[in-house]
Design a protein around this ligand. Structure first.
Ligand SMILES: Nc1ncnc2c1ncn2[C@@H]1O[C@H](COP(=O)(O)OP(=O)(O)O)[C@@H](O)[C@H]1O
Ligand SMILES: [Mg+2]
Length: 376
């Protein structure tokens, strides 16, 4: 079997096996929580201070073991490589695929698999880590778009632990929604925010701090503070874009990031692979990138908002010319897909075209100087 074929097959397999894998992880974590719950009941009975001291010493050992460099098969050098590639903690490693690690740190597949296994078993050691993961699942939060109508269409706003995709023609408001979310995520929870920062991956060079200032002022927020809470990364090509996402865990933790915007998802993939007849290698890379974004959303409980330009190629006589580019892979990883269209003046029409739990329906909203608003 050729190397290429092998790679393709394993990606396919993984894609299919994803829900099963997730179930397996949840089962593992549930088991470990139950075990640890028993432990913590025992803890309560311990009154002797000496024994408590012993326990806290044990805690320290467990903490040391959270360093990925201590995993069997890793070591200092590989540890550094993995960390540099964004695998900064056990959780990130446990959720990785062997293929990803072989690429990230030049490892053999067997070693990679061993490291992942190791990371998974370590996770079961830490009550906190497992509990945090379980908590996270109950912890889905929503960011307001600025329009109650659009929020309603989305089931209450843009969700964490999910990928929300908006596609539409040039000027339909995809980036404006991204800017507004980057501002709104910083508001307190009772005002429709998450009290966190935004990581903005800009692939079209259309990020405008001036516009952010305008939106912040319209919301009575300190523009300087708002700007400081948005980490902008300009992606120069599809590989760079992928690396930016891969390396983001550190940025996410350091800056309390609650929203990742990729505006636009496909522009680089489209231009990098033009006329090369390498659609399958593009799809493979895109697949990896999207899977990463979805995982980031789950692991760090952040919302991921991606934009996508629809094909406006008049040469397409058959099929729907308003279909977003990216093919079935994008559909597989986006939790919510919304189609945006221009209407009269400031008005925009949004349609929920794909969602696991929301009806397919339309709504109106506005893009005005103050940002995204309801139509009065
Ligand atoms: N400062 C502003 N004041 C009012 N409307 C604006 C402002 N900036 C952008 N817009 C509106 O947003 C549109 C661009 O939307 P945008 O989200 O950038 O499109 P795309 O879907 O291509 O990303 C403009 O055509 C305009 O209608
Ligand atoms: Mg745009």
């Amino acid at each position: 079997m050729s190397r290429k074929k092998k790679v393709e097959e394993s990606t396919e397999e993984e894609e299919l096996a994803l829900p099963e894998k997730a179930e397996e992880m949840v089962n593992d974590l549930t088991e470990s929580i139950e075990e640890n719950l028993e432990d913590s009941v025992d803890d309560e009975e311990v009154e002797d201070t000496k024994e408590l001291e012993e326990l806290s010493k044990e805690d320290k050992v467990v903490n040391d073991e959270t360093d990925i460099a201590n995993l069997p098969g890793v070591g200092e050098k590989t540890g550094q490589k993995l960390k540099a590639a964004g695998y900064v903690d056990m959780m990130a490693l446990a959720a990785a695929s062997p293929l990803e690690l072989t690429e990230a740190a030049a490892l053999g597949e067997a070693t990679a698999a061993k490291i992942i296994q190791g990371a998974r078993s370590k996770l079961t050691l830490g009550y906190e880590t497992a509990a945090v993961v379980m908590e996270r699942r109950k912890n889905i939060k929503r960011i307001s778009t600025g329009s109650a109508q659009l929020d309603d269409l989305l089931g209450g706003g843009v969700e964490t632990q999910a990928v929300t995709e908006m596609h539409g023609a040039f000027g339909s408001g995809k980036s404006q929604v991204g800017f507004q979310l980057a501002v709104n995520v910083q508001k307190p929870v009772d005002e429709g925010g998450l009290g966190g920062g935004c990581l903005f991956i800009d692939t079209e060079d259309t990020f405008r701090p001036e516009r952010i200032i305008q939106l912040a002022e319209a919301n009575g927020m300190d523009p300087q503070k708002v700007l400081e809470n948005i980490v902008v990364a300009r992606a120069y090509n599809s590989d760079h874009q992928t690396i930016l996402a891969d390396k983001s865990p550190e940025v996410i933790k350091k800056n309390n990031i609650k929203l990742i915007v990729v505006d636009s998802l496909m522009a680089m993939f489209r231009s990098d692979f033009v006329g090369r007849g390498t659609l399958s290698s593009r799809q493979q890379k895109l697949n990896r990138h999207l899977k990463k974004l979805k995982r980031l959303s789950d692991i760090y409980n952040v919302a991921v908002y991606i934009t996508n330009q629809v094909m406006s190629n008049p040469a397409i006589l058959f099929g729907d010319p308003t279909r977003p580019i990216g093919g079935h892979i994008l559909g597989h990883f986006s939790t919510f897909r919304v189609y945006l269209r221009k209407s009269k003046g400031e008005n925009r029409i949004a349609r929920m075209v794909d969602s696991p739990n929301l009806p397919e329906k339309d709504c109106l909203f506005r893009v005005c100087p103050e940002g995204v608003r309801d139509v009065e």
